[in-house]
Design a protein around this ligand. Structure first.
Ligand code: AR6
Length: 231
């Protein structure tokens, strides 16, 4: 078994700019016409300490809403390890809800190396960021800003100086960014989730009524942002 929980025919290049690779695809794979792919991490569930079961319910609810609306796109929830609790919770719940596994699946890997290390072409990736939209700080935010180089920092700054919890910001990646050149990523969507970590700004003090509302809003903003790229 590979590192992908999706059928193996999905682990192929299906992006517009990779159409010359079409013949690599096994029969039965999605027609490679234009399957836009958004890879996203589980927002708020590591450094921001958000409850995993609650996050899982929200992820699957929002994914289901999105995949029912859109045809030429798919969503991939990514985490670093095979032992990822959130991936296994979401996989189980998505299967229960019979979500189409061509339109949504989970994947183990570094979100900055999905194509070069995992063979998964993703043209858009989401970042679980901080309110200042600043590089560093650990987690997926540090990894993405690092891999994308200074081009992402300046492209982000041009668009916004900060982000409110629940909001997302779509940033087209300049073609001189290594993440564009090597991985084929054309856009990064920064998302700020709810924070349940007392050491971080906008701490919600365990208020999960507010927290769940903000996390729902965060995924809505993320998927709406992705939809603007599709249209
Ligand atoms: N590739 C894929 N998934 C990753 C990677 C990676 N390279 N790195 C982490 N994850 P987190 P948050 C997973 O903590 O909880 C930052 O410092 C990780 O296992 O990155 O929203 C920001 O600046 C987890 O499943 O984000 C903010 O201040 C998920 O990504 C704060 O952390 C999110 O973990 C945001 O905290």
């Amino acid at each position: 078994e590979g590192n992908c929980s999706a059928p193996s025919d999905h682990v192929h290049k299906e992006m517009k700019h990779c159409q010359d690779q079409e013949m690599d695809m096994p029969t039965g794979a999605i027609s490679s016409d234009s399957v836009y792919t958004l890879a996203f991490p589980s927002i708020s569930t590591a450094d921001f300490h958000f409850n995993l079961e609650k996050a899982c319910d929200i992820i699957v609810e929002k994914v289901e809403e999105f995949v029912n609306k859109v045809n030429n796109a798919r969503l991939v929830l990514v985490d670093l390890s095979h032992g990822s609790k959130i991936l296994s919770l979401v996989r189980t719940k998505a299967a229960q809800k019979k979500i189409d596994s061509k339109k949504f699946f989970t994947f183990v890997g570094d979100i900055t190396r999905l194509y070069t290390e995992g063979g998964l072409g993703c043209n858009v990736i989401a970042n679980a960021t901080n309110w200042r939209l600043k590089p560093g700080g650990g987690g997926v935010n540090a990894a993405i800003f690092n891999a994308a180089g200074p081009a992402l920092e300046s492209a982000t700054k041009e668009r916004a100086g900060s982000l409110a919890p629940g909001k997302a910001l779509v940033v087209p990646l300049p073609s001189n960014s290594p993440l564009f050149a090597k991985e084929g990523v054309t856009h990064v969507i920064h998302v700020l989730g709810p924070n349940m970590n007392p050491q971080r700004p906008n701490y919600l003090n365990n208020d999960y009524v507010k927290g769940c509302k903000v996390l729902r809003e965060a995924y809505s903003s993320l998927f709406e942002g992705f939809a603007t790229i599709l249209s």
